[in-house]
Ligand binder design. Structure first.
Ligand code: GLN
Length: 540
């Protein structure tokens, strides 16, 4: 079968969940046995989101091959179990950089370099490069932004050209919003009609419409939309709000999205997607009647998306432990020795979040001291792990000034220090230690028991590391360095074995946690939190 290309665009407003719809369609096609990958085009000029503040863009996701990427790639992996790479996220900045590099090399042979055809050709090359690997039957390309944005015009022009070139090997799914006006007690289709018109003006006729809505859209209204928008009535699908995003693939399948796509693309098929394991996950979720309360200590608590992958990994871990996740955000900037007991009251387990810079760090130390001395299950991730080491050095080793050189470049007890390879780097973009590295775990450690193995591969995003000069002191005082990189001996995992569950990872295990393959460390952490919660209840 020829590689098929599916484009997902969005109209009316942003944040409609194009990523979830793309991921859901991929999930269904994968469950039918096809090889699928999803790619996101982001119309901003940044080369990647690595330098963007979480306030701008939510979490920065990291691919196996060390690319800092849009958080939608996290959804793609969580829904498909297929790892993404640099080729799965391309920005306008990357497109321009590549075209300008070619121009400087003289590749354009004296021609004037223009948006059409040079930028659009570069976009098309990036779409097709995934197909040309021969590794996939379907390439789903999500176009970031909203139809009508100036920034996304070159991408949409490339989609128009590709549809023309590829015929039935290309298809466009357009996602819009159908608002409900409370005062009028009516759903409104006009924004959808306008959005499709705008797409048509750009030469793109959508094949499938997915309507995001808070209320059920009656069949008659769907037929009206189909009529106005030149779309087959059965290809007008609604995406009504669900309690969890993981129900979306099932909701899409119930409305035959996968079948409609396959038919339109002339792919012969029989039977149904095998959603068995997925349904088991949803059944567990439905049946879970007890709750586990996890506190997430970080400085971006008011931002839903800043810790997206951690939230999802905790959610999956809770579900596999037959519990509902009650996630409580704890603002690290507001934590003090005086209010920590009250702030962490009722919490079964604490995650100390990753991060950069001084802001909110002291609150993380407060939380850590409280959790360590009260033996509350605690999971430190990246900066969270570094904070675990610093707090331990300050309060157990008695090195009162201990710190990371990130927070205090001239500190005497630099228990966390800049990695050697980072010392000569001055550029900020894409220069951290990024992507998957192997880690060897000490046999018998809690971490190795959780994973069920002593060799793991997890993804990183950091510049600082545990200073090996303090390793012996930490070990002797009870903080064991149980995970290290086999080549560089960089410490990747610390734990205090005498505690219930006190583990810090220099890497980000949340990036590899998916619905069908939850990260074992998260599963074990939540299990320990549940046990601690039950102990507490039994005692009170
Ligand atoms: N700021 C720390 C470092 O660069 C931790 C980074 C993180 O938490 N992702 O090493």
């Amino acid at each position: 079968m020829d590689t098929k290309y599916i484009f997902v665009t969005g109209g009316v407003v942003s944040s409609l969940g194009k990523g979830i719809i793309s991921a859901s369609l991929a999930c269904l096609l994968k469950a039918r046995g096809y090889r699928v990958t999803i790619q996101k085009f982001d119309p901003y000029i940044n080369i990647d989101p690595g330098t963007l503040n979480p306030y701008e863009h939510g979490e920065c996701y990291v691919t196996v091959d060390g690319h800092e990427a849009d958080l939608d790639l996290g959804h793609y992996e969580r829904f498909t179990n297929v790892p993404t790479t640099r080729a799965n996220n391309v920005t306008t900045g990357r497109i321009y950089q590549s075209v300008i590099d070619k121009e400087r090399r003289g590749d354009y042979l004296g021609k004037t370099v223009q948006i059409i055809p040079h930028i659009t050709d570069e976009i098309k090359r990036n779409v097709k490069s995934l197909g040309n690997t021969g590794n996939y039957d379907f390439i789903i390309t999500e176009i970031g932004g909203t139809v009508g944005d100036i920034e996304s015009l070159p991408f949409l022009e490339a989609v128009r050209q590709l549809r023309w070139e590829l015929g039935t090997d290309a298809l466009c799914v357009h996602l819009t919003y159908v608002p409900y006006l409370k005062a009028a007690k009516e759903l409104k289709t006009k924004p959808t009609q306008h959005s499709v018109k705008q797409l048509q003006q750009l030469g793109i006729q959508p094949d499938v419409l997915v309507l995001r809505t808070e209320k059920d859209i009656p069949q008659a209204m769907r037929r009206k939309i189909a009529l106005f928008c030149n779309v087959a009535p059965d290809a007008v699908i609604q995406s009504i709000d669900r309690p969890t995003i993981y129900e979306v693939p099932i909701m899409m399948h119930e409305q035959h999205l996968d079948e409609i796509v396959l038919k339109k693309m002339d792919v012969e098929f029989t039977g149904q997607p095998d959603m068995g394991p997925w349904m088991q996950f949803l059944d567990k979720l439905q049946q879970a009647d007890k709750e586990v309360t996890i506190g997430l200590v970080g400085k971006y608590v008011e931002l839903q998306d800043a810790y997206k992958s951690i939230n999802e990994a905790l959610f999956q871990a809770a579900t596999y432990n037959d519990h509902r996740l009650n996630l409580k955000y704890v603002h690290s900037e507001k934590l003090t020795d005086d209010n920590v007991a009250e702030q962490l009251a009722g919490i079964d387990g604490v995650v100390i979040a990753p991060g950069f810079g001084q802001r909110g760090v002291e609150g993380k130390f407060v939380a850590l001291k409280y959790c360590r001395t009260n033996d509350i299950p605690t999971f430190g991730i990246c900066l969270g792990m570094q904070c675990m080491v610093i707090e331990f050095a300050r309060n157990v080793l008695g090195l009162a000034d201990a710190n990371s050189t990130e927070m205090n470049p001239t500190v005497q007890h630099n228990v966390i220090d800049l990695m050697e390879e980072q010392k000569s780097i001055s550029n900020m973009g894409g220069t951290m230690r990024l992507g998957a590295y192997e880690c060897t775990l000490r046999g018998g450690s809690r971490a190795s028991k959780a994973y069920g193995t002593t060799t793991v591969s997890e993804r990183h995003r950091h510049r600082f590391e545990l200073n090996n000069a303090y390793r012996d002191q930490l070990e002797q005082a009870g903080m064991h360095c149980v995970g290290q990189n086999p080549a560089t001996h960089l410490v990747e995992v610390v734990e205090i074995p005498e505690k219930r569950w006190f583990i810090g990872t220099q890497y980000h295990p949340e990036y590899t946690s998916t619905v069908l393959s939850p990260n074992p460390l998260f599963v074990d952490f939540v299990k320990a939190a549940i046990a601690y919660g039950e102990d507490r209840k039994a005692q009170s």
